[in-house]
Design a protein around this ligand. Sequence first.
Ligand SMILES: CC(C)(COP(=O)(O)OP(=O)(O)OC[C@H]1O[C@@H](n2cnc3c(N)ncnc32)[C@H](O)[C@@H]1OP(=O)(O)O)[C@@H](O)C(=O)NCCC(=O)NCCS
Length: 183
Amino acid sequence: MKSKSPTFSATTITELMIPSYANFSGKVHGGILLSLMDKVAFACAAKHSGTYCVTVSVEGVEFLQPVEVGELVSLKASVNYVGRSSMIIGIHIESLKPKTGEIKHTNTCYFTMVAKGEDGKTQEVPQLLLENHEQLKRFVEGMTIKNISKRKRVLLDEEIEKYTKDNLLSHCKNERCDLSKFS
Ligand SMILES: CC(C)(COP(=O)(O)OP(=O)(O)OC[C@H]1O[C@@H](n2cnc3c(N)ncnc32)[C@H](O)[C@@H]1OP(=O)(O)O)[C@@H](O)C(=O)NCCC(=O)NCCS
């Protein structure tokens, strides 16, 4: 299978934030942005793999700055890393106020997409052709994200396994949960 460059599959979606996307305070719903992230990640992964892809996990989604109705949101996606069937898609999100030209970088996040064949089984994807330092850096970053996410899942399971019913309760003593009806 021939390797493919990240530039081959790089994808940008720009969408106008219309009033029906807003919540009661006039800001855009987080779910609208999540859906756009998923779409651009799918398009980018499908171009690289040449197959249907599914979303497996998401890292680094944060909504630190609100997006307003009337802004143009651009999501730039690229394949940063590939394993056998998985691809880490980096998504850089910016929002532009057309009248003032002000641009906010709202977030960078990473979607793991997996390629599937017609039979529904995971499918090998082309190697990533790395042609410059930036692409190499992103590849290693993707490898690190994959390893850290795996370790995080294992650590969480191990940590929760350690607790008995009693020390679970004592752990929550100074937390903001009401245990007055706990039995
Ligand atoms: C993701 C899925 C394909 C994994 O299937 P599986 O039989 O466990 O396959 P594998 O263990 O071989 O994993 C396949 C790849 O997914 C990766 N993967 C599996 N679980 C993962 C997770 N939680 N986070 C990140 N990557 C994961 C593996 O590392 C592997 O990558 P590689 O081939 O590059 O090494 C399967 O769980 C699935 O189809 N999930 C549903 C996805 C979906 O429908 N998403 C839409 C949302 S409704």
